[in-house]
Design a binder for this molecule. Structure first.
Ligand code: DAH
Length: 359
């Protein structure tokens, strides 16, 4: 009997040693297989008497059942362990917060453009949009800057070959071409109304029409790149043409704009004499904050002037009747000043960590 108990013990020990199901099946063969220990014991029965066979046979059977039970238990253990390992490797922390889709927000320069548009809209200005690929005519010639004009060299840009009707095309160097584009449309509309009413007009329109009051924000391009210049930058053009519009109106409009934009009455403006081919006289507009980190420094924010008679003519208007002012400002610059950013390139690097601060 003792020998049978020992056999059960050694089977249990062998099963416990098996770490994998395949090892367990090998161990099983040693005890329960065709030539395993149990079979061996059974063979030994033939040498016994009938009575001895009965009791010995029953004992061997019990031993076999114990070994089978140990095997089943160990199989279950291994299966449980395997399941456990698998569960761990596929573990999923359902308490982790989900991945949110970013909300997104407007680019700081877009925020500035919206602000500029809202302020000028409140002063009765339309907002016009125009092409970034422009013709030589609108970008330069119509703006009193003929082919050989030295002012062109300050506007080096990217030229596009073989545009429609083979006219030279370029990435516009400023938003000023929108002065001409918008005014021509405006004049065409009122000239047609006059002619329909039986009032012929000459080559240059001198009839009555509502004033032209427009801003044209958008992207512009020049071969330029440093901390305060980017080859792509923004401008916003302004134009006010009527019969009685003067430099005084320009000063009023632009001063009012700057104070509203920066939400500060502690801001003074300086109109510094300058030159632009499309205005005469011309002035650079500088602003100065009286308080805050930039206090006391003159900061250039726009070019401006009274629209040159040649430009008025290229709009299709008679300069004897129509006069106006124009300005072109840099929304990127205004954004830098408003938020205290010192490197323009940050705006166009597309780094979310920088941009998300303005949402
Ligand atoms: N277009 C000029 C530039 O890019 C800026 C400018 C100056 C626009 C005077 C104007 C103006 O409309 O009147 O430097």
């Amino acid at each position: 009997m003792n020998e049978l108990n020992a056999l059960v013990d050694s089977a249990r020990a062998a099963f416990a040693q098996a770490a994998m199901p395949a090892e367990l099946e090998n161990a099983k063969a040693l005890f329960l297989g065709k030539s395993g220990r149990i079979t061996e014991l059974m063979k030994g029965l033939s040498a016994l008497t009938v009575d001895e066979k009965k009791s010995r046979g029953a004992a061997i059977n019990l031993t076999k059942q114990s070994i089978e039970a140990a095997l089943t238990a160990r199989r279950q253990e291994l299966a449980d362990a395997e399941l456990q390992t698998q569960l761990q490797s596929e573990a999923l922390d359902v308490t982790l917060p989900g991945r949110r889709r970013g909300q997104g927000g407007l680019h700081p320069v877009s925020l500035t453009l919206e602000r500029i548009e809202a302020i000028f809209a409140s002063m009765g200005f339309d907002v016009a949009d125009g092409p970034e690929i422009e013709t030589d005519w609108f970008n330069f010639t119509a703006l009193n800057t003929p082919q050989d004009h030295p002012a062109r060299s300050m506007h080096d840009t990217f030229y596009v070959e073989g545009g429609p009707d083979a006219a030279p095309h370029l990435l516009r160097t400023h938003t000023s071409p929108m002065q001409i584009r918008h005014a021509v449309q405006h004049v065409k509309r009122y000239r047609a109304a006059h002619e329909a009413a039986g009032q012929p007009s000459g080559e240059l329109f001198a009839g009555a029409m509502p004033e032209i009051r427009v801003i044209a924000p958008g992207r512009t391009y020049r071969v330029d790149s440093d901390a305060t210049h980017s080859p792509m930058f923004h401008q916003c053009e302004g134009l006010w043409v009527g019969e009685n519009v003067s430099f005084k109106d320009l000063k009023f409009v632009f001063t009012d704009f700057c104070r509203t934009f920066f939400e500060s009455d502690d801001l003074v403006l300086r109109f510094r004499p300058s030159f632009f081919p499309f205005t005469e006289p011309s002035a650079e507009i500088d602003i100065q904050f009286q308080t805050g980190p930039l206090a006391g420094r003159w900061l250039e924010v726009a070019g401006s002037g009274q629209v040159h008679p040649n430009v008025i003519r290229n709009m299709g208007l008679d300069p004897e009747r129509y006069i106006g002012f124009a300005f072109g400002m840099g929304p990127d610059r205004l954004t830098m000043l408003r938020y205290g950013v010192s490197d323009l390139r940050l705006f166009f690097d597309g780094d979310i960590r920088f941009l998300s601060q303005f949402e």
